[in-house]
Structures are given as C-alpha cells and as structure tokens.
Design a protein. Structure first.
Length: 233
C-alpha cells in the first residue's frame, strides 16, 4: 500500500499563501535580493516570512552550524545530504507550512534545488536520490516560484569567500564560521551551476533564471517583473 506523509501537504484545502524560493551559487546576492523583495511586498500590504536553509528553525540552525563550519571535517556526502534534509523537514513542519496556511508569502533562501545542485551534481549523488528523499521527507512540497540567480561562478564564489572570511575574522563577536563550502574547487562549483541550469530546463514553469551580474537594483527590477508576471500580485 502506498501510505506516505505526502498527503498532509496535499489536502483538499487550498493553500492560501505563496512559497517563493531563491537559488544560486554562493555569492550571487540571494540574501540581498530576498530582503529587497520582502520589503517591496510588505510595502504593498502582503504578510511576508523571510527564512533560509539550511536553518530556518532552531533545530535547523543548529544543524546549519555543523554543516557550514569549516571545522566539520570528513563529513561524507550522504551524511551531508541527510543533514540538509533533516533541517528541511523540521523547517517545513515548524515554519513553512504554518506560514502558508496563514496566508503569508514565504521567501526562502535555498530549498531542495540546492540539494539537487550541490549534493546531486556537486557531490555526484545524482538527481533521483534527491527527488526521492524530497518526496519521502518533505511531502514533495514544491515552491510556487523559484528565482535562480545566475552569474559567473568564479566571480560569485570569490565574492562569497571574501565575505565569509570577513565574517570569520569577527567570529569573536558572534559570527559563525561558514566557510566549509567555499573551500570547494572550481570544478565543484561548475557542476553545481550545471545542475541548476538542468533543473531550470526541466522545471521551466516553476524556475525563472535571472541574470545576477548587473547592479542589485537591476536584478531587483528583473525579479519584480518575474514575480508579478508569474504570481499575478
Ligand atoms: P548560504 O548560507 O545560502 O550560502 P551563500 O549565502 O554563500 O549562498 O548556504 C550555505 C551553503 O550550503 C551553500 O554553500 C550551499 C550549501 N547548501 C547545500 O550544499 N545543500 C543544500 O541543500 C543547501 C540548502 C545549502
């Protein structure tokens, strides 16, 4: 018998909120763009929840520390993927689903496309494993819209490395060390980018690719265009 937890996210009651995810390589400006979109939507009167992965719940933020700290040595790719999904399952149950049920617009910095791009392509664990785990552990919850910020991998990763080094230097003032992924090779990030572009091709109705190599204001304008076209706000 096919009895699974997906049913609780697919009940007959229509979901009132909207779920928008931001994706892209490290340093493409996702967090900045997410904040700008949140401000614009709030100014237009919408209820908005800003959140992120890995993390987003108190348990998830603890898992995030383990995943991103460069002191986490020898974590196997499968253990890494399992922790990403553990954080996500908690995040969906504790934050995302309740907010959607409340009618909020949930803006999430990374979701399962990150696992498909980083663990599936980057770590070579493959797409089928990620999609299967998403179905089992996340009830196959799909975003209404995904904004994929695309820019030159070398440029964006260098930007992320500089930012995280700056933050770690001030770690005594409470910033976490989040350098583990930024230490990966150029080949890794190029696989991640290819992974993202294949997702965008396969899921073209959901994923909008936005060129993130211009100024933050230019990128924000493109995002607003996509959001109003796709979600008809
Ligand atoms: P994030 O804080 O968004 O980093 P950045 O601001 O540099 O883009 O994400 C942290 C790292 O976690 C990032 O390198 C990507 C990685 N990650 C995965 O590998 N798999 C996942 O499923 C998620 C959510 C993130």
């Amino acid at each position: 018998m096919h009895c699974d937890i997906t049913r609780c996210y697919h009940s007959a009651v229509p979901r009132r909120g909207k779920f928008i995810t931001f994706e892209g390589l490290d340093g493409t400006g996702k967090s900045t763009q997410l904040r700008r979109l949140a401000a614009t939507l709030r100014a237009a009167g919408h209820k908005v929840v800003e959140t992120r992965e890995p993390g987003g719940s108190s348990t998830g933020e603890r898992i995030r520390k383990v995943l991103l700290d460069s002191d986490t040595a020898g974590l196997s790719p499968r253990a890494e993927m399992a922790l990403m999904f553990a954080s996500r399952a908690q995040h969906i149950a504790e934050v995302i689903e309740p907010a959607l049920e409340h009618g909020s617009i949930v803006l999430c910095d990374r979701f399962t496309d990150s696992t498909e791009a980083y663990q599936g392509s980057g770590r070579k664990l493959g797409t089928p494993a990620v999609l299967e785990l998403h179905r089992i552990l996340c009830g196959d919850l799909q975003p209404d819209l995904t904004i994929l910020l695309d820019s030159n991998p070398a440029m964006s990763v260098n930007r992320a490395r500089r930012r995280n080094k700056r933050k770690s230097r001030t770690s005594s003032r409470g910033h976490a060390d989040e350098n583990r992924f930024e230490q990966e090779t150029r080949a890794f990030f190029s696989r991640v980018r290819d992974g993202y572009l294949s997702i965008a091709k396969r899921e073209h109705a959901r994923v909008a690719v936005v060129n993130a190599s211009g100024t933050p204001a230019q990128t924000h304008r493109q995002i607003m265009e996509v959001v109003s076209r796709k979600l008809k706000f």
